[in-house]
Write a protein that binds this ligand. Structure first.
Ligand SMILES: *Cc1c(COP(=O)(O)O)cnc(C)c1O
Length: 223
């Protein structure tokens, strides 16, 4: 099943869109099944879980962290072998801590800055105005060990497809303004991570370069 799901999703992705297979709450055996079907990039949302799972997979498995990151777990996360990208940097404060801890470990880490556009109080992240001001202030130049690769976001959790589309469009246009006008000298700023199982086709239409798909690959999660 996992391999069939993967193949049909992969076949539907345009060139240039990376699939992150979100394996949170699924056991290492399920990840292994996806790995054996050719998938290499996996997303996890809890530090404890990724710490337990990563050593059980081949060393060329690439790990992305997509969940809310607590500051006291940063050092543990950064020690994961082949941690490729942290999608969920939701504040300047968290970014500074990640930067400091990575520098301490003598590592560099790629991150995305999380944008809050959804119509929900609970979702964390930078507002579009905040992020654009942060870029205008050239805050990225003060980082030692962190490279900002792009932006991540989620659409409002709704059946209103036009609202979902508008949220994705807002994320992409913020990215475009940053790279075209605000900080055109940013290097390797090339990731727009948006879209999950129920809305990734819309996200791709609106300019996602990376989609994070869990349920449609691994089935429902048992929390
Ligand atoms: C769980 C999760 C996903 C995947 O969600 P599905 O609906 O299972 O595809 C994507 N992004 C984030 C941030 C998540 O926490």
């Amino acid at each position: 099943m996992i391999s069939e799901n993967l193949h049909s999703i992969t076949a539907s992705l345009p060139a240039g869109v990376t699939l992150v297979a979100v394996s949170k709450f699924h056991p290492a055996e399920a990840v292994r099944e996806a790995y054996d079907a050719g998938q290499r990039v996996f997303g996890e949302s809890r530090v404890q879980e990724i710490t337990a799972k990563a050593p059980l997979l081949p060393t060329d498995t690439e790990w992305h962290f997509i969940g809310h990151l607590q500051t006291n777990k940063v050092a543990q996360l950064l020690r994961i072998h082949n941690l490729k990208l942290i999608h969920s940097i939701d504040s300047d404060r968290l970014l500074r801590i990640v930067d400091r801890e990575a520098a301490k470990l003598g590592k560099t880490v790629d991150v995305l800055l999380e944008l809050h556009v959804a119509d929900e109080q609970t979702k964390s992240g930078f507002s579009i105005a905040e992020l654009e001001q942060w870029m205008r202030d050239r805050q990225f130049e003060t980082l030692q060990a962190t490279h900002i690769r792009g932006v991540m976001g989620m659409a409002t959790n709704t059946d209103d497809t036009e609202r979902i589309r508008a949220d994705f469009r807002a994320i992409r246009s913020c990215y475009d303004r940053i790279i075209n006008e605000i900080a055109p000298d940013l290097r390797r700023f090339d990731v727009v991570s948006m879209g999950m199982s129920h809305d990734y086709p819309t996200a791709i239409e609106e300019g996602a370069t990376m989609v994070r798909v869990g349920t449609s690959i691994f089935g429902e999660r048992n929390y």
